[in-house]
Design a protein around this ligand. Structure first.
Ligand code: FE2
Length: 322
């Protein structure tokens, strides 16, 4: 079974209750931390129930995302992502970003077929980031969008740091070991829309997102069809990114993943309608000046990585995708 295949069957993945870590006693915290760590080590992805994070108003956030992507193209282009990869901020139209360019990035087998991603996205970083300022649509086109999205950046950042704390505990490390490596809040948040299409249109060189691994430390992913948006339970996928793999010398590995034709329609009629989908990702990323070579820990030396910075690593991958 290849790595990508490991992601199939995610819907059957048993979810872990994040509340056990947030509110539990020492024993409950350790039990959660061990389950999370084992799941990420074996699968590269875990499903968490987020019922105990009341400030996560994902239905509200998804509705904002739907409202944004439903705007006319001119209104969305007010916040246009630049043609070049950096700054990685604002609205990217369908086909602008090509993640196929980093398929097999770490395996020295860069993709030669340029698969086209069938998605539009809105990216943002830390509110007030002077180096990479955010780009926003006009408030009169979509009232409250900026405030709601920025507020969730801060909430998701707190969640991501707590997940890292649990993972540290599960790995037998100091609980706060990853906090200084993320203190500058150089994370990225992304709203995604996959427009409705037909099964036949997502074949050949077109897919929703080509296979890739995420660039950062830990990704939180919320999907509109995975339960919870019409009320609790709220579920979130946690995926390991490249930087975490590098720190641990492959002890915990990034999970290659892609978004393709929903499994129910595979093998069906090319005229089958594939409904639109939305998802929201929070890419936890180390400080741009943080080193992402192996951590000095005997368990994390199986594969040796150069001690480059997270910013350098990020740019190496990002430059290929636009
Ligand atoms: Fe991804």
């Amino acid at each position: 079974m290849n790595d990508t295949a490991r992601v199939s069957g995610l819907l059957d993945l048993k979810s872990l209750n994040f509340g056990d870590f947030l509110q539990g006693n020492d024993q409950a915290q350790l039990s959660f931390a061990n389950s999370l760590t084992t799941t990420l080590q074996t699968l590269g992805v875990a499903k968490l129930s987020m019922d105990d994070v009341p400030e996560l108003e994902m239905l509200h956030l998804f509705n904002m995302a739907k409202e944004f992507f439903a705007l006319d193209i001119a209104s969305k282009m007010v916040a246009a992502h630049p043609a070049q990869p950096s700054p990685h901020r604002g609205y990217s139209f369908v086909g602008q970003e090509k993640l196929a360019a980093v398929t097999g990035f770490a395996k020295d087998r860069l993709s030669d077929s340029m698969m086209q991603d069938s998605k539009e996205t809105f990216d943002l970083g830390l509110p007030g980031d002077a180096e990479f300022p955010n780009r926003w649509p006009k408030d009169e086109h979509i009232p409250h969008f900026k405030a709601v999205v920025q507020q969730h950046y801060k909430t998701l950042e707190r969640v991501q740091l707590k997940v890292l704390e649990a993972l540290s505990l599960g790995l037998g490390l100091k609980r706060d070991i990853f906090l200084p490596l993320h203190e500058k809040s150089h994370h990225e948040m992304r709203l995604l829309h996959y427009p409705s299409t037909t099964a036949g249109d997502l074949t050949g060189d077109k897919t929703r997102i080509a296979e890739h691994t995420d660039f950062g430390s830990i990704t939180l992913l919320f999907q509109d069809q995975v339960g919870g948006l019409e009320g609790r339970p709220l579920e979130c996928l946690v995926m390991v990114g490249d930087c975490f793999q590098r720190w641990t010398g492959n002890y915990i590995r990034a999970i290659p993943h892609r978004v393709t034709t929903p499994y129910k329609t595979q093998g069906g009629d090319p005229d089958d309608d594939i409904p639109e989908r939305f998802s929201i990702a929070f890419f936890g990323k180390p400080n741009r000046d943080a080193r992402v070579g192996n951590l000095a820990h005997p368990q994390f030396q199986a594969v040796q990585y150069d001690s480059i910075t997270a910013g350098e690593y990020n740019n190496m991958k990002l430059v290929k995708t636009y």
